[in-house]
Unconditional design. Structure first.
Length: 328
């Protein structure tokens, strides 16, 4: 049993210097955590803690995006989400940083989760742009949503927007929100021309990132990015003996771009193997099965997500062998 984490001291930054602190410390290769469930679909806290220890230890990830879309937050209870925050903060303490996903359709739940995250040692939180079933006056509505969160909370907040939510926040809107004092970053999964425009608009105020690992190196070189925030490739395309994402990132940060490209390109067989084995309708189940092949805890998914068929598992095993990766 993972022991409950005691309440932590206050954050290492104030609301007024949250952006400056994030520019210095919200950096490097981050990964989106998955949530392991037992066969009875209960939250496996011990397996979650073991995975985190492996990710920040053996795989050397700089930080973890806790219980987001890859972590199936939408099928977890609020107490389970809070518990995932506590476990992550406890295992990562002094070793890696955390950004806790507080997204929800209910604003009171978002704020409750955010306050719990801050109380238990989160470095930052991330909040998805709101679900808008009638998407009128999007710009003003979304601005007011983040303005209210900024006013209500002291902890640094990362924005999160992608096409799956039904609308795209414009670069100008994101830049306007970035003027709020404790907005520190954005995970902006949009075409490159849009996130490049946002990068120019915000300058040094906030960290801009996108989910694509394949675009990460070019964004370091061309846009001066310092944060990969984040998806699962750092957990799925690296092992205890193979840290190529970490390696090419370090090379790029040192300005050794040709060497970084060579290392980045060497991962293409693994990327292709993963992509070829991934069914369109079962991404989380496929990720968890790939984790199991790597020796990590995976487990089933909860409804409404679909699990893998035996045929899909067999294809994944074949592609895993072709990837050149090995377990652990």
């Amino acid at each position: 049993m993972v022991e409950p984490l005691q309440q932590k001291e206050h954050m290492k930054y104030t609301k007024d210097n949250a952006q400056h602190y994030a520019k210095e410390h919200f950096t490097g290769v981050w990964a989106a955590s998955t949530t392991p469930y037992r066969p009875d679909l209960s939250f496996d806290e011990e397996a979650f803690a073991r995975n985190i220890d492996h990710w920040i230890g053996a795989l050397k990830v700089a930080g973890l995006f806790i219980t987001g879309k890859q972590g199936e937050f939408f099928s977890m209870s609020v107490p389970e989400r809070k518990r995932s925050f506590e476990i992550a903060a406890q295992v990562c303490e002094g070793r890696a940083r955390t950004v806790m996903s507080c997204s929800d359709t209910n604003l009171d739940v978002v704020i409750d989760l955010a306050r719990h995250a801050e109380k238990h040692g989160a470095d930052w939180i991330i909040v998805h742009s709101p679900v808008l079933h009638f998407a009128n006056d999007v710009e003003d509505t979304v601005y007011e949503y983040y303005r209210h969160l900024s006013e209500t909370l002291d902890i640094g907040i990362a924005m999160w927007n992608h096409p799956d939510c039904g609308y795209i926040m414009s670069p100008k809107l994101c830049a306007r929100i970035a003027e709020l004092p404790n907005i520190v970053a954005i995970k902006y999964s949009v075409p490159r021309e849009q996130y490049a425009e946002l990068t120019r608009l915000v300058g040094d105020r906030i960290q801009v990132s996108t989910a694509s690992e394949e675009e990460w190196l070019d964004n370091i070189i061309d846009l001066g990015w310092r944060l990969y925030l984040c998806s699962t490739p750092p957990l799925l395309l690296q092992t205890a003996k193979d840290h190529r994402i970490h390696e090419y990132t370090k090379l790029a940060f040192e300005g050794r771009y040709a060497e970084a490209r060579a290392v980045r390109d060497s991962l293409e067989p693994a990327r292709q193997a993963f992509r070829k084995s991934r069914p369109a309708g079962t991404p989380q189940a496929h990720t968890k099965y790939w984790q199991e092949l790597l020796g990590q805890a995976g487990g089933p998914v909860r409804r409404p997500l679909l699990g893998l068929t035996e045929e899909q598992k067999a294809l994944t095993r074949r592609m895993f062998i072709e990837s050149g990766l090995s377990g652990s």
